[in-house]
Design a protein around this ligand. Structure first.
Ligand code: NAP
Length: 468
């Protein structure tokens, strides 16, 4: 293979997945002064930005402003976006191997983890990922239906997604109508009769995974009181010793302070309440043909090799509820032709270099970054550093000349292939036209945008402008 990464022979990289890690990987590659590169960023949706569009809660618009950073990457020379192209369906990994020197998988963790309890599959019991996708107008979830006609919803899990879904259920119409929440979700949430949202953490306040601003916000809702039982914030000895020690991280310490302050509050008569309960696990979801109640077990904490784990005490209670949202983390979905670590739900990799198998070496030219590389953790910015590690390895392999040797590295080849297959791909300019149309739909209502929900609507908004 002749020297690549030169102006005459740029390194051609396909990135699969246009979420934060895909954009950060593109940025790190394109800004490298020593390497001439071209990046094609693929996404199965016509819309870029992954969870920034489809995951971040609609009432958190500031978090979404990170999109400006990704737009700068998209404006760089050598960058192209191929939206509405599903790898494994419209184009195979084998095709990418014929067209690019390197492939970076940044597909995130697209599905939910299971609880493994009886009744989990009853109608009315949903993965929080589905609820999040539904209120964020993700095309995969637009047909989902959530029964919001009961009095109580139970959210299982103590992460930031649990905070988001609890808050979304408690927003007032007024708060909701200022956001870019999907119209179908606004309509249903307006009619919701849910008055109590119970959030169950299987461990204690000092083990919660949520962060300070997210839990604090629950105490500042326009029309919802936050309720914490004072007994729940009395820590066990080990947790108390931890938060008093130098090892304790600030987030944990402040979380406990916030929760203790919540425990002292008296309900102020707001219409809704969010009850945060700790050391509680769901044991069974019961109901005739749909979720009607949830059996909850009380836990105690036990030290297992330095980690405090939840152990069932055998004590039970049953709460009526028609809606259960399971928010216990995400996991990855394997991609045909890409080695996968089933146990961890991730692409098998070392520092972002995809491995052939647990004991074999690097799969030449294959890389990964973001959640599908390290697991569903951290905030959006965490992916910047994560992508840098991967790209540093990729650039080292450019220098070593140990990348793929594609048969058709010319930039037109991928367009020709997609054209032959009748794939209507969406360029970045096309996306900008969709974006403009959505923003235009929001303006008369004082909303940041009114999102299109179905792929056909998005493509329809392009009219003549569709490329491919
Ligand atoms: P997460 O932070 O990993 O939290 C998962 C929660 O589920 C933990 O409290 C965990 O408890 C609990 N859990 C796991 N298995 C369980 C089981 N079988 N029964 C009961 N509880 C169980 O996951 P996430 O909330 O999905 O968030 C994913 C990532 O996105 C996180 O890094 C999060 O910070 C980030 N995020 C950030 C924001 C924001 O910045 N505003 C918003 C949303 C998401 P244990 O600790 O006991 O395992």
């Amino acid at each position: 293979m002749s020297q690549i990464g030169t102006p005459e022979n740029p390194v051609r990289v396909a990135i699969v997945g246009a979420g934060p890690s895909g954009f950060y990987a593109a940025e790190h590659i394109l800004k490298d002064a020593d390497t001439h590169a071209q990046v094609d960023l693929f996404d199965r949706l016509p819309t870029p930005f992954g969870l920034v569009r489809g995951g971040v809660a609609p009432d958190h618009p500031k978090i979404k402003s990170v999109i400006r950073v990704y737009e700068k990457t998209a404006a760089r020379e050598g960058f192209r976006f191929f939206g509405n192209v599903k790898v494994g369906h419209d184009i195979e990994v084998e095709d990418l191997e014929r067209l690019y020197h390197a492939i970076v998988f940044t597909v995130g963790c697209e599905t939910d983890r299971q609880l493994g309890i009886p009744g989990e599959e009853l109608p009315g019991s949903h993965a929080a990922t589905a609820f999040v996708g539904w209120y964020n107008a993700h095309p995969d979830y637009c047909e989902e239906r959530f029964d919001l006609s009961g009095e109580r919803a139970v959210v299982i899990g103590n992460g930031n997604v649990a905070m988001d879904v609890a808050r979304m259920l408690a927003l007032t119409d007024h708060e909701l109508h200022q956001t870019d929440t999907a119209d179908h979700a606004i309509e249903m949430l307006d009619r919701s009769t849910i008055r109590e949202i119970v959030v169950l953490g299987r461990r204690g306040p000092a083990q919660a995974a949520f962060t300070n601003p997210e839990v604090k916000e629950l105490g500042e809702m326009e029309d919802a009181d936050v309720v914490v039982d004072p007994a729940d914030v009395e820590l066990d000895q080990a947790s108390q010793a931890y938060i008093e020690s130098d090892e304790a991280d600030k987030t944990t310490r402040v979380n406990v302070e916030i929760l203790r302050e919540f425990a002292q509050r008296k309900p102020s008569g707001k219409r809704k309440r969010i009850a945060l309960r700790f050391l509680r696990s769901p044991v069974e979801i019961k109901g005739e043909g749909k979720a009607e109640s949830i059996v909850i077990g009380r836990n105690e904490l036990v030290d297992e090799g330095g980690t405090l784990r939840a152990r069932d005490t055998g004590e039970r209670e049953e709460l009526e509820c028609g809606l259960v949202l399971r928010s216990v983390g995400y996991t990855g979905i394997p991609i045909e032709g890409v080695p996968f670590d089933e146990k961890r739900g991730l692409i098998l990799n070392e520092g972002g270099r995809v491995l052939d198998s647990h004991d074999a070496g690097h799969k030449t030219g294959h890389y990964t970054a973001g959640w599908i590389k390290r697991g569903p953790s951290g905030v959006i910015g965490t992916n910047k550093k994560d992508a840098l590690e991967t790209v540093q390895h990729l650039l080292a392999d450019v220098a070593e000349g140990t990348l793929l040797d594609p048969q058709s590295p010319e930039p037109e080849a991928v367009e020709a292939l997609l054209g032959e297959r009748g794939v209507r791909f969406v360029s970045f300019e096309d996306w900008q036209a969709i974006d403009e149309a959505e923003v235009g739909r929001g303006e008369p209502h004082g909303r940041p945008r009114v999102k299109f929900v179905r792929v056909e609507e998005m493509l329809g908004a392009l009219g003549e402008k569709v490329s491919g």
